[in-house]
Design a protein around this ligand. Structure first.
Ligand SMILES: Cc1ncc(COP(=O)(O)O)c(C=O)c1O
Length: 502
């Protein structure tokens, strides 16, 4: 019965029927089902425009679904074992905002790792919540941050029993998975709502050889980028939710604050269809991908100058689990940085990697990855190794550490505080009024309210020099800091900080 239901694509089917029905369109959008030609229409063809309609009769409303959207969302929830699913057309960015805003009021405490995506930090600004940051584990050999261990989560929960929520990432960008079941149980014992940023974990629900999806692990709400790893179109994500701790009414209201009133029907349809394909084909095809990835890892690990992350390594080093659809390669022993490899791969071999860090590069695999893709990657690395690897080169030890930054204000207070705009060198020892990050991964180096240390400035300069895209609010090379002279005094730490400065 459940299988039969999953064959349906209620929203896509209705949308297709509508687009091809010969309707006389006096509604929006203005291209009138593709009648207004342009270069894009010429390239992609009419069908895309036939599906780009905006809530005509029969196609339901994302703000208050009662028809085909409701049905499509229910099928998605069922496929993932959740109570409810909400389709999103502004990515997990919007999902993270909605999860946090619907769970935390101003001044509520939320526990979370510091290496979160900027959307989570923006969720703190919009909700007014107080973050209590947890230190992620780190891997000094690959020079990256990992997940949050059960012990760290437990200690943070014990020290902050008044927190209303804990937010975790499942998995991290690099594929590291925390022990969500254990952490969720412990957080629930302390009446906390468990929120999961699942931007990189949509595939988990469709293959039992992968780690658990967060709904399966007992979390309350997650935001999941179906578009990143499960085949729907860019920006289409879902929120999944379950259980009595979720305030479904507030979640709905929050979504309606954040969601466009003209959500893309094309994106919604792509969620509907991706779910069906993943449900019926995910298990087999992802198993195949895991096998292919395994073989590619073996080949890469035999190339001089490369080291490859895998599940046994990750688990032997204390992390709970690993998403084997990610390939993380340490490249710096070739004598090249991850950034250099990132650019060389594109320029010389036409291979687009997902992400680079100082020592590593990241490849993300999905059902769309082919054996040829992985062969190309391995061939390119063999070529790079022949060119750059020098067996007797003395390598400096990686110096990678991770300290929690010093914060003087709630992100929201810093965001609203009076500001000065200064060049980077003048920002040292000032309090940031903005998030500054490189993209990808979009994890802020500093967030509003945090001290801009010399190390932060060094890191910013380093990433810029390496050609990374720096995201900050101003385009003229200056940064926003808090104008302490004009800052209205708040209670607590902030007063102390100002007093110290005087
Ligand atoms: C960990 C994490 N969370 C959230 C997001 C935002 O997801 P989306 O691109 O679907 O808005 C990203 C995007 O890269 C991410 O890496």
């Amino acid at each position: 019965m459940k299988q039969d239901r999953q064959l349906k694509t209620p929203f896509f089917t209705k949308l297709k029927d509508y687009g091809t029905s010969g309707v006389t369109p006096f509604d929006l959008p203005g291209h009138k089902l593709g009648r207004v030609k342009n270069d894009l229409a010429d390239f992609i063809g009419l069908n895309t425009f036939l599906l780009d309609s905006n809530s005509p009769i029969g196609l339901d409303s994302l703000a208050k679904p009662t028809g085909v959207i409701k049905e499509a969302q229910a099928l998605f929830a069922e496929a993932c074992g959740a109570d409810r699913c909400y389709f999103l057309t502004n990515g997990t960015t919007m999902g993270n905002l909605a999860m946090i805003m619907s769970t935390c009021k101003a001044d509520d405490k939320i526990l979370l790792p510091r290496n979160v995506h900027k959307s989570v930090i923006n969720g703190l600004i919009l909700s007014g919540a107080w973050p209590i940051f947890m230190k992620p584990d780190i891997d000094r050999d690959f020079g990256i941050t990992l997940g949050v261990s059960f012990e760290t989560a437990k200690q943070t929960i014990d020290e902050n029993p008044d927190a209303v929520a804990i937010l975790l990432i499942n998995p991290t960008y690099f594929g590291i998975v925390s022990d969500l079941e254990r952490i969720s149980d412990y957080a629930h014992e302390h009446n906390m709502v468990v929120l999961i940023d699942e931007a990189h974990g949509a595939q988990f629900y469709f293959c039992d050889k992968l780690p658990l999806g967060s709904m399966q692990a007992g979390a309350d709400i997650c935001a999941t980028s179906v578009h990143k790893t499960a085949g729907s179109m860019t920006q289409s994500s879902v929120i999944l939710a379950q259980g009595r701790r979720v305030d479904f009414t507030k979640l709905r209201s929050t979504l309606n604050i954040l969601q466009s009133t003209s959500s893309s029907a094309l994106l919604l349809a792509s969620l509907d269809c991706a779910r069906k394909t993943m449900h019926f084909e995910g298990q087999k095809r992802i198993e195949k991908i895991i096998e292919m990835a395994h073989k590619a890892r073996e080949r890469l690990a035999n190339i001089p100058g490369l080291k490859v992350m895998d599940k046994p390594y990750i688990q032997a080093n204390g992390s709970f689990n690993y998403d084997e659809t990610k390939i993380v390669v340490k490249v710096s022993d070739l004598g090249l940085s991850g950034f250099e490899v990132f650019h060389k791969m594109k320029k010389k071999y036409n291979i687009q990697l997902e992400l680079a860090e100082t020592h590593i590069i990241l490849c993300v695999l999905s059902m769309g990855t082919t054996k040829d893709d992985l062969d190309n990657l391995c061939d390119a690395f063999e070529d790079l190794s022949v060119q750059y690897y020098k067996p007797h080169r003395r390598l400096g030890k990686i110096r990678f550490d991770y300290e929690l930054p010093t914060a003087y204000a709630r992100p929201r207070d810093a965001y609203h505080a009076p500001k000065l705009f200064v060049p980077l060198q003048d920002a040292v020892n000032e309090i940031s009024a903005e998030s500054i990050m490189i993209y990808p991964p979009g994890i802020p180096l500093v967030i509003p309210g945090e001290l801009i240390t010399e190390e932060v400035v060094r890191n910013i300069n380093y990433y810029v020099k390496k050609g990374s895209t720096l995201l900050s609010d101003l385009e003229d090379g200056r940064f926003k800091i808090i104008n302490k002279e004009k800052w209205i005094k708040y209670e607590g730490d902030i007063d102390e900080f100002i007093d110290e400065e005087e």
